[in-house]
Design a protein around this ligand. Structure first.
Ligand code: PLP
Length: 415
């Protein structure tokens, strides 16, 4: 109990009733499974150990110089708010980009967002009320958990398996998970963390399920260009679901501009676009300089993406061949993106990953991998899996897989 002077000059008693508590959603928000071990990795590097990062999806190639040239040449006198739906030139550039990808969108059907992340949050908020659920195929991009938490949406996971390269299960299996609160299916193809690309038949099945069960189909296509063996089928190429398809996009990965934070949401459904616009108005605008800086790339995307896609194809091949050399490893050939989920011959990949970064070294080198569990919503799933990202040059990837193979032999002896 404290005594304080009130504004009338009288003495008042104030009772300390404890600390205010943060929300349940704040408390239960997960740590990034990708960044979790990064602090330990930094400490290890200070001890002189070389750490190969196979854990993170930050492309390592330089951004196209045109981005910085455009910024240098800007003649701005005031850095004003952009319109909430995006600068008109940027919206036009997004329309031009999508047209070159075979996707026809009118300018009024697109909102420029702060990365694909904001597009996903807007879409979740637009289609769900608090407590509604969205079907996701697990393993899934781990930040979907965080977005769902912000939007107060429940993710409703449908398990995929490594045995068929994380392709879709039967329609019956998917439909079984739909509840009275299910509002949408959220997909990602090419996928993070699996590199899987859904075939036309799989996309058609999803479109049919969405129609039959009156759901939205939210499609995260941020890895569109990174397709090595199979074509990517956009959600926008199924006209029969144009009223329920929502395209979620980002320039981050394809142009190596993760820090620009520029993405987009597009839909032929007017209500979806209008609600995304209202959410956009509440956050005023997306950074203007970055919107302008990306216009040349959006107008001429392939000049930048073609060479980098070839580089990532080489890396995918290196990883796939390298994994064949590791006894007991379960894996498949990822068709796109720059990730693979591997099945490790260990019981607990979290413990193994921690051991790799805290204790193990071979010729003063080790690797950092992302344990699988964080990519699943169902408890107990993915415990022996890990995600590898191909963010290193082929020779370093080869070396990293050699280290992983050696580490597994050592680990086997005392686990
Ligand atoms: C599948 C997927 N969707 C969306 C994003 C978000 O990207 P950004 O917000 O940088 O556009 C990422 C980033 O890693 C991702 O992997």
């Amino acid at each position: 109990m404290e005594t304080t002077q009130g504004h009338t000059g009288h003495m008042m008693m104030t009772e300390d009733v404890g600390h205010p508590s943060i929300s349940t959603r704040a408390r239960t928000m997960q740590d990034s499974p990708i960044r979790k071990l990064s602090a330990t990795a930094e400490a290890r590097k200070k001890q002189g150990v070389t750490v190969y990062h196979l854990n993170i999806g930050q492309p390592d190639l330089p951004t196209a110089p045109i981005v910085f040239e455009t910024i240098r040449e800007l003649e701005l006198t005031t850095l004003a708010y952009a319109p909430s739906n995006g600068l008109p030139q940027a919206v036009t550039a997004w329309r031009n980009y999508l047209r070159q990808m075979g996707i026809e969108i009118e300018e009024k059907e697109l909102i420029v967002t702060s990365g694909g992340s904001e597009a996903i949050i807007f879409a979740m908020c637009a289609v769900c009320d608090s407590g509604d659920d969205i079907i996701v195929f697990e393993p899934f991009y781990t930040n979907y958990n965080g977005f769902a938490s912000v939007a107060n949406v429940r993710l409703n996971p449908v398990p995929l398996t490594i045995e068929n390269g994380f392709h879709l299960p039967s329609t019956e299996e998917i439909v079984k998970h739909i509840t009275s609160r299910t509002k949408a299916i959220l997909i990602c193809s090419p996928a993070n963390p699996t590199g899987t690309i859904y075939s036309k038949e799989e996309m058609q099945r999803l479109a049919d399920i969405a129609r039959r069960h009156n759901l939205f189909l939210l499609s995260d296509e941020v890895y569109r260009e990174f397709a090595y063996d199979a074509p990517v089928h956009s959600v926008m190429s199924f006209p029969e679901i144009s009223d329920r398809a929502v395209l979620l996009d980002s320039s981050s990965k394809r142009f190596n501009v993760c820090g620009a934070r520029i993405g987009a949401l597009a839909s032929h459904n007017k209500e979806i676009v209008q609600s995304a616009f209202r959410f956009a108005m509440a956050r005023l605008s997306v950074a203007s300089i970055e919107q302008l800086a990306l216009i040349p790339l959006l107008n001429s995307p392939r000049t930048y993406t073609q060479p980098i896609v070839e580089e990532f194809r080489r890396r995918r091949d290196t990883v796939y061949e390298g994994l064949k050399e590791i006894p007991g490893m379960r894996f498949y050939r990822p068709e796109g993106a720059f990730y693979i989920m591997i099945g490790l011959p260990v019981r607990d990949s979290e413990r193994f990953s921690r051991w790799l970064i805290e204790e193990y070294q071979h010729n003063n080198e080790t690797v950092l991998i992302a344990p699988g569990q964080g990519f699943y919503a169902s408890p107990g799933q993915g415990v022996s899996e890990a995600r590898l990202a191909f963010m290193l040059k082929s020779e370093n990837l080869k070396r990293s897989l050699g280290i992983l193979r050696h580490a597994l032999e050592v680990y086997k002896q005392f686990s």
